[in-house]
Design a protein around this ligand. Structure first.
Ligand code: GDD
Length: 409
């Protein structure tokens, strides 16, 4: 039996995702027309003997209630949200709910960060984990040497795949092989986390006895019940024949910014060609808009037959796309209206926004740059014949004149 746990974080996390995370918890932001967290859940569904999926976070319960009940019905697998009263760190959060997780007596626990985009090769990873026979297996990938320091860098044995050395976001380069935030553990992981708690308590007691040292380290010490998976568990267990790695050669991205979410939307749309072709717009029939490349259109959205849409476009519920509109590489959220002959390129258009006739909302499409895509927050109105380039617009603004390279507060 396998239980999957997805760490979704909470409202104090995901600040780089603003203004899009002002309306919806980041894990529910749609990529390729489905909430971010939907993609790892679907991947978990492919694991044999999966009995339960838990989402653990510190968002309000009600923010996840609708999604969790809808997805449970759809997949016929119980999906449940467990709320932490405060952040306990990625391993502390898991430990907090060990009684729930162990209720189903799982032989394996699949643990995933919600903010990664991947093909999640979980069944193959589970097979590899069983062969290795360790406590845990990490999904890893090679990235460019310049970008590696944003992640956990690691060294693995090229023959046995054992994790030999692990450093979280090191200042000096260690390796271009990094931690993808996708793990398989045996239930002994709870003993390892318990070990960190015990060690913390002992150190805290020692400090109490030595008041000079207590003064020195009071600001540095983490709360006793805050345990990070990477620094507190992976680093000390590396090189002890307990942790192993499984390298993916498929796509992988970390989703920290709206720019990257646009790239990830494209990756998931491309994946639909193999996993869910019925979700891709075909453009067949005389009443349909012209479709180019991978496009998702929600069944309740309406696109005029003279609109030209794609590649990499996803259009959410109740959006209306007018005559002669051109959409390229963009995410159009619920209830958006795009009027006649407007153009949207490399942009995210927020809920209930409207774009006037002959207007252009566009960007260069550098997904890593701060203003590399244009973002309109919720309920932004771009009037007719206005041009917005490489800009971020906060919610509820009306733009009557054109802007370039600006953050409009
Ligand atoms: N429930 C809960 N409670 N979730 C948490 C908490 C917490 O206290 N703290 C973090 N998370 C969730 C985040 O939402 C995210 O999904 C995941 O745990 C990891 O977040 P961080 O601990 O902030 O780490 P990171 O995202 O900067 O880096 C981690 O992931 C990278 C891959 O994306 C590290 O494990 C890196 O080594 C790794 O490369």
């Amino acid at each position: 039996r396998v239980v999957a746990v997805i760490m979704v974080g909470g409202p104090t996390k995901g600040t780089r995702f603003r203004p899009l995370s002002l309306n919806v918890p980041k894990p529910l932001f749609p990529l390729a027309g489905q909430p971010m967290v939907h993609h790892p859940i679907l991947a978990c569904r492919r694991i044999p003997n999966l009995v339960q999926v838990y989402l653990i976070g510190f968002y309000e319960e009600r923010e996840f209630a609708l999604y969790v009940s809808a997805i449970s019905n759809e997949l016929r697998i119980p999906v449940r949200y467990l709320r932490e009263d405060k952040p306990h760190g990625s391993a502390g959060g898991l430990y907090n709910f060990r009684d729930y997780i162990m209720e189903d007596d799982p032989s394996h626990i699949v643990l995933l960060n919600c903010d990664v985009c991947s093909s999640f090769p979980l069944p193959d990873m589970l097979e590899a984990h069983k062969r290795y026979g360790g406590l845990g297996t990490l999904l890893v990938i090679k990235v460019s040497a310049e970008s590696a320091n944003q992640f956990g860098e690691l060294v693995a044995d090229s023959v046995t795949n054992e994790l030999l050395h692990y450093t979280e976001k090191p200042e000096t380069f260690v390796s271009d092989l990094i931690n993808c935030g996708v793990y398989i553990f045996t239930p002994e992981i709870f003993t390892a986390i318990q070990g960190v708690f015990t060690q913390r308590k002992d150190t805290a007691n020692m400090r109490r006895m030595n008041s000079f040292e207590a003064l020195q380290s009071a600001t540095k010490a983490l709360p006793v019940d805050y345990v990070r998976l990477d620094q507190d568990i992976l680093s000390p267990l590396a090189g002890k024949k307990q942790l192993y790695t499984y390298e993916t050669l498929d796509f992988w991205e970390q989703i920290k910014t709206p720019g990257i979410s646009l790239k990830c939307s494209a990756l998931y749309l491309a994946q639909y060609r193999y996993t869910s072709p019925h979700l891709l717009a075909s453009g067949d029939g005389t009443k349909s808009a012209t479709i180019m490349g991978d496009v998702f259109i929600h069944p309740s959205a309406k696109a005029h037959p003279t609109a030209k849409i794609g590649p990499n476009v996803s259009i959410s519920a109740n959006a209306r796309i007018g005559a002669g509109v051109r959409l390229i590489s963009c995410i159009i959220l619920d209830d958006v209206e795009i009027k006649e002959n407007a153009v949207v390129i490399h942009s995210i258009v927020g809920w209930k926004s409207s774009i006037g006739k002959w207007s252009r909302v566009q960007a260069e499409g550098d997904y890593n740059a701060k203003l590399g895509i244009t973002i309109l927050g919720e309920a932004v109105a771009v009037e007719d014949e206005v041009v917005v380039v490489n800009s971020i617009v906060l919610p509820n603004k009306t733009l009557a004149v054109s802007f370039q390279d600006e953050i409009i507060l």
